[in-house]
Design a protein around this ligand. Structure first.
Ligand code: CP
Ligand code: NVA
Length: 308
């Protein structure tokens, strides 16, 4: 099944061409402006999105559900342990059946392989709402937000400070690759991003991976951080808090970035761990606008993948 975007699923930003990313951004920008002007976009009237969650969520759950309502459709929450997956039904069996009822599936899972299995077995579009490996809707929204806040992405540099080996960092690397944005990652030894994403990004843009946070933030137009203990990593908490302590995004670190740099975070934040309240609540922080943009960007993604 082909869509208005030309692909069936969004499992990774690597599924998209640069042109497809811009198609999403332009539609998201239009939808955002027109929604504020009171226009309705019932592109998905009568359609239903199934939202499968194996992990908790605030933003993803609410923005997808509200997005479906605003597009004239409906969304249903499917907790992993509320459906038969929790009792051993296989992911492909689940996908084959529920895609006979649903018009789209958004899934948040631990194993990225489960996103791939869902996409392979489902008749309808599958959208990755976060796996241990990737968070593509977040990465797309983040570059959309940079574009909106900085006016252009040309010659810009995004700097991620903290856990380099996580879903958000990987999707930021992928997004920067598609959009020609330079990226630096400042992280402790042993927490560097996966080489597959670094090497593909290095072919397209300037990539710096360093253990020195000061070196990373030099020349930054946007400084980004994420929690030090991602969902599912709780048993490593003590080790991580120690390793990441020198990588806190605070006023002293931000002062080393470019003048006018913005501060970003996918949220939820652990205040005074990866990000101080002083910075998070300051005028250079765009975290709440960034969270809002999840709604606009995902509406564009759903309209393009599910729209008839
Ligand atoms: N950023 C993000 O995905 O937030 P939630 O975990 O609240 O969905
Ligand atoms: N890296 C974080 C992102 C949360 C939106 C996690 O996986 O918990």
């Amino acid at each position: 099944m082909s869509s208005k975007l030309g692909i069936k699923d969004l499992t990774s930003i690597e599924d998209l061409t640069t042109e497809q990313v811009w198609k999403i951004f332009r539609l998201a920008e239009n939808i955002k402006l027109e929604t504020f002007a009171g226009k309705r976009h019932h592109f998905l009237e009568g359609q239903t999105l199934g939202m499968l969650f194996q992990k908790p969520s605030t933003r993803t759950r609410i923005s997808f559900e509200v997005g479906m309502t605003q597009l004239g459709g409906h969304a249903i929450y499917l907790g992993w342990n509320d459906v038969q997956l929790g009792r051993g039904e296989t992911v492909p069996d689940f996908a084959r059946v529920v895609s006979r009822y649903l018009d789209g599936i958004m899934a948040r899972v631990f194993a990225h392989e489960h996103i791939i299995q869902l996409a392979e077995a489902s008749r309808v579009p599958v959208i990755n709402g976060l796996s241990d490996l990737l968070h593509p809707c977040q990465g797309l929204t983040d570059l959309f937000t940079m574009w909106e806040k900085l006016g252009s992405l040309d010659g810009k540099k995004l700097v991620f400070v903290g856990d380099g080996d996580n879903n958000v960092t990987h999707s930021l690397l992928n997004a920067c690759t598609k959009l020609g944005v330079d990226i630096a990652v400042g992280c402790p030894k042993g927490f560097e991003p996966r080489n597959e994403f670094v090497s593909r990004a290095s072919e397209a843009v300037n990539v710096t991976i360093t253990n020195d946070p000061d070196e990373a933030v030099a020349g930054a137009d946007a400084i980004y951080t994420d929690v030090w203990v991602s969902m599912g990593k709780d048993e490593e908490r003590a080790k991580r808090l120690k390793a990441f302590a020198p990588y806190q995004v605070n006023a002293a670190l931000v002062a080393k970035a470019k003048k006018g740099a913005i501060v970003m975070h996918c949220l939820p934040a652990h205040r005074e761990e990866e990000l101080t309240s002083e910075v998070m609540d300051s005028p250079i922080s765009v975290v709440v606008d960034q969270a809002e943009n999840r709604l606009h960007v995902q509406k564009a993604v759903m309209a393009l993948l599910m729209g008839r």
